[in-house]
Design a protein around this ligand. Structure first.
Ligand code: PLP
Length: 391
């Protein structure tokens, strides 16, 4: 029996990740595979680390790309920082905060959750009260909650966490390269990300960074790290100067990340953040013209993940299906308690372009109209264009 070639179609990826990928990044994936200890590959690794430090805005020597997706970055941070019996505080206001708590429980931590309704964020005061009460070794929080579109402010959080003798662990999977992630200035002790959100690279690597306090905590461990594959003590020997074989790095994925990071830095971080914000404003204006509202607290909406309430009378699956089949556009549905209630429209990395915003708005309007959803008659593309013309 023979199988046809996989032949995936070209989509416009406007969901919660993966995002659109630049042709240079796809081309980098197809470069010849070399050995994982080839001097050329070792140079590429050094450059990936140097570029990741710039994107994370950190001097942390222990900054690298873990083999695996964003969740592998989460597991790497948790499993290395936490020993069985350690207290961990998890701030849960969406699916990914909940996942972090689940990972910490599996490592044998004594986990305390503090919760906010989906779409809301935590205040520094709330976190201060909790860390003083719980005295956790590690406090985990999500910077950009992809399940809700909430943008968690991080100013002041490290201060209250450190005052309680705790380490601050931040999920930056969706925020990195889309909004500022200032690891050193904010005092973040450990952070992880993924490649397929605002870095616009295929999924497969998880950038992580560990600061001096996190490394000290790892040095003081008495229990072995529960995961051999994700043990930073062992990975350090490969990503550090020893270059001792640990596991075979996904060579071509590292080429792709190298190219994606080059593109990020070529654009410049500030320009990239401004670009995300501009296209978010245009999308928001276009959606408002159709009477479509955001689901979360309006002061804390992420630019790269737009979680909007499904309008009255619209069929979630039918609209997303029509967008995909007729226009090749993928958007996300709701996760967890948001299922069937929201659409998640991504403007991550390469996806954040006016052509995509305008096409999406026109396509969504057509899908809703063809499915008989009663909408205001204002033109969403004209509203979006007005934002572009002003800027
Ligand atoms: C996507 C995402 C993850 C998980 O990353 P995967 O690459 O799907 O493993 C974790 N946290 C947040 C905030 C995310 O958006």
């Amino acid at each position: 029996m023979s199988f046809p070639a996989a032949a995936p179609p070209t989509r416009l990826l406007m969901g919660p990740g993966p995002s659109q990928i630049h042709s240079q990044v796809l081309a980098a994936l197809a470069a010849p595979t070399v050995g994982h200890l080839d001097p050329v590959f070792l140079r590429i690794m050094d450059e990936v680390q140097a570029m990741l430090r710039q994107v994370f805005q950190t001097e942390n020597a222990m900054t690298m790309a873990v083999s695996g997706t964003g969740s592998a970055g989460m597991e790497t941070c948790v499993v290395n920082l936490v020993e069985p019996g350690d207290r961990v505080l998890c701030c849960v206001n969406g699916v990914f905060g909940g996942r972090m708590a689940e990972v910490a429980e599996r490592v044998g931590a004594e986990v305390t959750r503090i919760e906010r309704p989906f779409g809301e964020v935590f205040s520094a005061d709330e976190i201060q009260e909790a860390v003083q009460r719980v005295r956790p070794k590690v406090t985990g929080i999500v910077h950009a909650e992809t399940s809700t579109g909430a943008w968690q402010p991080l100013e002041e959080i490290a201060g209250v966490v450190h005052d309680a003798g705790s380490l601050l662990l931040v999920d930056c999977v969706t925020s990195l390269a889309g909004v500022p992630v200032e690891v050193d200035r904010l005092g973040i002790d450990a952070a992880y990300s993924g490649t397929q959100k605002c870095l616009s690279c295929p999924p497969g690597l998880a950038p992580v960074t560990f600061g001096p306090r996190a490394l000290e905590a790892m040095d003081r461990r008495t229990a072995k790290v529960a995961s051999w594959y994700l043990d930073i003590g062992l990975l350090r020997n490969y990503w550090g100067s020893n270059r001792a074989y640990h596991h075979t790095a996904p060579i071509n994925m590292n080429y792709a990340l190298h190219e994606a990071l080059r593109l990020v830095l070529q654009e410049g971080l500030d320009a990239r953040f401004a670009r995300h914000m501009l296209h978010h404003r245009a999308l928001k204006a276009g959606l408002a013209a159709m009477g479509i509202q955001y689901s979360g607290s309006p002061d804390h909406c992420l630019p790269m993940l737009n979680s909007v309430l499904i309008p009255e009378g619209a069929d979630d699956a039918a609209v997303r299906g029509q967008l995909l089949n007729q226009f090749g556009i993928e958007i996300g549905g709701g996760l967890g308690p948001m299922k069937g209630k929201v659409w998640r429209i991504g403007l991550m990395g390469e996806t954040a372009q006016s052509s995509n915003v305008l096409l999406f708005l026109a396509a969504l309007q057509q899908c809703l109209a063809s499915q008989g959803v009663a909408l205001p008659m204002d033109s969403p593309t004209a509203a979006a264009s007005a934002v572009y013309l002003e800027s």
